[in-house]
Design a protein. Structure first.
Ligand code: 13P
Length: 249
């Protein structure tokens, strides 16, 4: 099935108002490649400013609380993100699973809240190096996916990001065979969970994606785009990844 490529930048805890020139350059590059969906998940402090400054570029958040409102100091609800101008959100990033001890159940609750609010929702999964070296990567990540994805999905608004933890920020990536094996396993799990609409859900690869390796990653079956950390901070690094996706669109 033909799925539109989706390339999303995750700025993590990077970015100040002074970085807006990057956001603007990314927006104009994205506009030049309308066959690719491009988005930028910026720190919460920048969501409103970014969505006003670049209305043509979907802006997202990097986390959300599952509750509508309440006594949750420091947290933001789906309605708050949407109110600030966000149209997408990442949930279950491994940095939050590790540092904030987020469980699959919490990630699923966040994903259900975000999808319910109409946000494009990117659910992250991925194995540690120990798990990969033990040969358990596929069953481990399948289990994570099964437990983290929403019970009912709107396939047009749900995406999954496979991000091996050992590939994040390290410059190391799995072989294209390993990426293909994982993405095809995840596709099968999505079809078990949602039937035919599992075919429409985009599965992104994340972990040390750069302009130099994007084309070979996008050529892998069932790779429908990328979730990009470090190389999304500068337009000059991010734009070649958008261009590589456009060539495969
Ligand atoms: P890097 O692209 O910096 O490896 O980060 C990947 C990531 O964690 C995106 O969410």
């Amino acid at each position: 099935m033909a799925r539109r490529k989706l390339v999303v930048g995750n700025w993590k805890m990077h970015g100040l108002g002074s970085d807006f020139v990057q956001v603007e350059e990314i927006e104009s590059a994205a506009a030049g490649h309308p066959q690719v969906d491009v988005g930028l998940c910026v720190p919460s402090t920048l969501i409103e400013r970014a969505s006003r400054a670049v209305p043509g570029l979907p802006i997202g958040a990097q986390d959300v609380h599952p509750a509508d409102k309440g006594a949750h100091t420091g947290c933001l609800s789906t309605a708050m993100l949407a109110d600030a101008g966000a149209s997408m959100v990442i949930v279950g990033h491994s940095e939050r699973r590790e540092a904030q001890h987020e469980t699959d159940e919490e990630v699923r609750a966040k994903a259900e809240a975000a999808l319910g609010a109409g946000l494009l929702t990117i659910v992250c999964v991925g194995e540690s190096l120990d798990v990969r070296e033990a040969g358990d990567a596929v069953p481990t990540v399948e289990g994570q996916l099964d437990a983290s994805i929403p019970r009912d999905a709107d396939a047009t608004r749900l995406a999954v990001a496979y991000e091996p933890i050992w590939a994040i920020g390290t410059g190391r990536i799995p072989t294209v065979e390993d990426i293909g094996q994982m993405h095809s396993a995840l596709r099968q799990r999505l079809c078990v969970a949602y039937g035919d609409s599992g075919e429409a859900i985009r599965i992104l690869y994340g972990g040390s994606v750069k302009g130099s390796n994007a084309a070979e990653i996008f050529a892998v079956e069932d790779v429908d785009g990328a979730l990009v950390g470090g190389a999304s901070l500068k337009a000059a690094d991010f734009i070649p990844i958008i261009e590589a996706a456009a060539l495969k669109a």
